[in-house]
Design a protein around this ligand. Sequence first.
Ligand code: 13P
Length: 250
Amino acid sequence: MTPGVKPLIAGNWKMNGTRASLRELVAMAEAYDGAMRKRLDMLVCVPATLLHAAASAALGSRLMIGAQDCHVAASGAHTGDIAAEMIADAGAVAVIVGHSERRTDHRETDGLVRAKAEAALRADLLPVICIGETGAERQAGQTLDVLGAQLDGSLPSAPAVVVAYEPVWAIGTGLTPTMADIAEAHHFVRERLVARHGPAGRAMRILYGGSVKPANAAEILAIDHVDGALVGGASLKSADLLAICACCPG
Ligand code: 13P
């Protein structure tokens, strides 16, 4: 954690969930009570088909709903794409951009990710910008170089964003870096954010993502400069995501 920074526990449902899954969301919203709201922010990024229904289900609670991608344009001839403004109109307040699955499946570049983050800001959405090295890059000792280049290329000039460090090889594999490796990466990201944004960079949230589950969350969330988690598989069940929230120090 970073002193004075409110942690954010964010779920990423990826391409999972139908209206029946809103049950889980309602359970999360109900459990997210006053004491928990004081301790941490909570966000669930659902598939686009569920955005409006999820935002309605969470209405009246402080549970935030987010999307998983947006287009750079506000409107236009882009069949199948969704503008940040449409996401906001559906009742969501955040959007993940640059997830490694989009960088891989849709060949998204740092430049495109930056433009998407800027589009999110234009629509008053909180961008959660993902960076992370592949297994081959880690083995070649390039992790910090890769993270540095992704930060330089993917971040907009405004500091009103969340950065998520997600080692690609740790996503959905059950593998996690050592605690020392997570600490090294987060410390490096913090230094770069401060170099770029000055004091505002000290308050920016840096999340860890990649096989976070109730069993390892306490250890990970206790690391310096880990200001929350971006959770995939374990965010689909309210009991698991709430158990991760319970591991947040403070
Ligand atoms: P898992 O928690 O399933 O490893 O996924 C992490 C992730 O990609 C969140 O964005």
